[in-house]
Write a new protein. Sequence first.
Length: 328
Amino acid sequence: MKYTISALLTTALCSTLMTGCNATQPVPSTANTATNTTANIMAKTNLQPTAVEKRTAPVRPAHPPKPPLPSTVSGPLPDPYWIADPKNYEVDAHKTVNEHVPVPILEYHEVNYWPGDAATLKPGQFKQEIKWLHQEGFHTINLGQLYGAMYFGYKLPKRPVVLNFDDGYESTYLKAFPILKNYGYQGTVFMVSGFVLNKPNRAVRFPKLTASELRIMQQSGLIDIESHTVHHTNLDTVSLTRAKAELTQSSRSLQRVVHHPMKFFCYPYGGYTKSELTTVKQAGYILAVTEHEGYANARQGAVTLDRIPVLDYTTMQQFKAKLQPSLR
């Protein structure tokens, strides 16, 4: 993320890293402030296991409940316990790149509204946007379906769209999730593993998701939880060793919470280097999304896919215009 919510990032990092910051500090107005603040904090800190990472829960319970299938997914699935498992959508036996699958990936952050912070949404904005998507015949897909379509011959529904929720704000669970359930819509939460809470903390400006809330959403069959590093670290500002630690530790931590491997990744601030693209793949991720704006397609590369940001100043007219290519 590189829009604002920089005070959130500072607060969350300070809480996680015990730096004693004030949780009610004002939101700086530039993205550079967020990047610099994060870099300064992390430069002084070694990665340590978080409370979530110290858990010893098995990767998958012995008898997990099977989530219901979303309307755009046909069963039976090879892996019915993880709807977004890319193996569920490998139609062809061999991998072949399909460059003719342009899909919009909508990028959301905080669903609650905070004036002056562009990465939030105005009251009613999200509900209006989802209602319009449904009226226009858009079908939400998960990233496993997108991967299958790009590389293994999976056929997507008409007017496919991917919904992303970055960072892990509790408003995703409290505000967005009920709306998505009403329409049977899917989404992906890119969770910063170091932000995961054991219990709700709504005394701060931007509350984070709890492990229980993440599991509830994952088990619904509609929401897939994926990785966004441990500390929301801008990967192009750190060493390859540090980047690898952020990628692998986040994956292990979240896997213990939601009981499936992390296969999809989102770059904090959209930052990466060419060398880190290899590191992302070596860490087990098969698709990754950036801050480059536009429809996603395989020509961009599996781990450098474009997205379309939706911000508090995105009017309904602008939202519709961003998705016009799907309506032609």
